[in-house]
Ligand binder design. Structure first.
Ligand SMILES: [Fe+2]
Length: 336
């Protein structure tokens, strides 16, 4: 079996190419519309034929490439029986797809959304947004349900052999894969946690809305062939303190307060660069427009203004720390 993990940096989405090498038959799991050209080039270079484009659910954070792939290759689009009505195959729990000598098993794993499914091939399981490496999908929109997600993960995914390799739909910290045994032991939302614990954790995440939700969900119900978003302009994300603490890793943190505030009582985020608000416009001319930026101030108001300015100047990956250092400190303490 050939397996390739592909990444869309704008939406932190993994797409998987799987092929049966003997027959050259291939499928894509969770293709991203903006990456269809990349995926088709790879499939061509490897001499494969695309048989199926599978979606693990109706995504809120990116537009699926399934419809476009069907148009361009004649492949069949596959989703849950609760997924888009225009999918060629709408499958139920236990359904299988043949891909040459390989068999793909569909496992319904609802909870992130009601139509969420995972796909198992040999010793690999593609979990979409049900189970991430050391995390899980969120459950606060699109008919999400934390109790249901707990049951899906512990009842269905954790019933697979411990050696089964997990390939998630996203990762925000640089992980690529895990195993069932590893997540049973180390996933902080699940290891040693009851269903009640899990529901409480999921209820207190306070995540921002995905930046493309209002365009992506309607477009994905049409397999990505609806109008869809312009993913390259006009938007910035907002996150809260605890989320910022998790995401910081590869983000450049720009603190737009005055130097005395930066060195003052609230302190600053480790690694942050102090660029006072009045200097941002000039300074930003030398910044990499592709690098994710987290903009920070005291209360989140000045940083919001700077985010708007940066987006207007063509920065693609701008995030505001909502509530600023006040929220970051207060919630940091509450959490710690
Ligand atoms: Fe999702």
């Amino acid at each position: 079996m050939l397996l390739r993990q592909l990444f869309d940096a704008d939406t932190w989405t993994y797409t998987y190419l799987i092929a049966d090498e003997a027959s050259g038959k291939a499928l894509l799991i969770d293709p991203v519309r903006d990456q269809v050209d990349r995926d088709l080039a790879l499939i061509g270079e490897l001499g494969l034929t695309l048989e199926y484009a599978l979606d693990t659910h109706v995504h809120a954070d990116h537009v699926t490439g399934a419809g476009l792939l069907r148009e361009q290759t004649g492949c069949k689009t596959v989703a849950s029986h609760l997924g888009p009505e225009s999918a060629d195959l709408r499958l139920r729990d236990g359904a299988t797809l043949a891909l040459g000598a390989l068999t793909v098993h569909l496992i319904e794993t609802p909870g992130h959304t009601d139509d969420s499914v995972s796909f198992r091939v040999d010793g690999h399981v593609f979990t979409g947004d049900a189970l991430f490496v050391r995390g899980t999908g969120r459950t606060d929109f699109q008919a999400g349900d934390a109790e249901q997600l707990y049951d899906s993960i512990t009842g269905k995914l954790f019933a697979l052999p411990d050696t089964t390799v997990i390939w998630p739909g996203h990762d925000y910290k640089g992980h690529t894969a895990s195993t069932i045994g590893e997540e049973k032991a180390h996933n902080p939302r699940l290891a040693g946690k009851s269903k009640a614990d899990f529901v409480e954790i999921m209820g207190s995440l306070g995540l921002p809305e995905p930046k493309y939700i209002h365009q992506a969900v309607p477009a994905n119900r049409e397999l990505g062939l609806g109008a869809g978003p312009d993913q390259s302009s006009g938007h910035f994300n907002e996150i809260d303190g605890p989320t910022a603490a998790q995401l910081q890793g590869d983000m450049r943190v720009i603190d737009v307060r005055e130097p005395h505030e930066f060195q003052g009582e609230l302190g600053h985020i480790e690694g942050a660069e102090n660029v006072p608000m009045g200097q941002c416009e000039a300074a930003s001319k030398g910044w990499d427009r592709q690098q994710p930026l987290l903009v920070v101030c005291r209360s989140g108001r000045r940083s919001r203004e700077i985010c708007e300015q940066l987006v207007a100047h063509g920065f693609d990956h701008v995030t505001n720390l909502r509530g600023g250092m006040l929220d970051y400190r207060e919630r940091g303490r509450a959490q710690g």
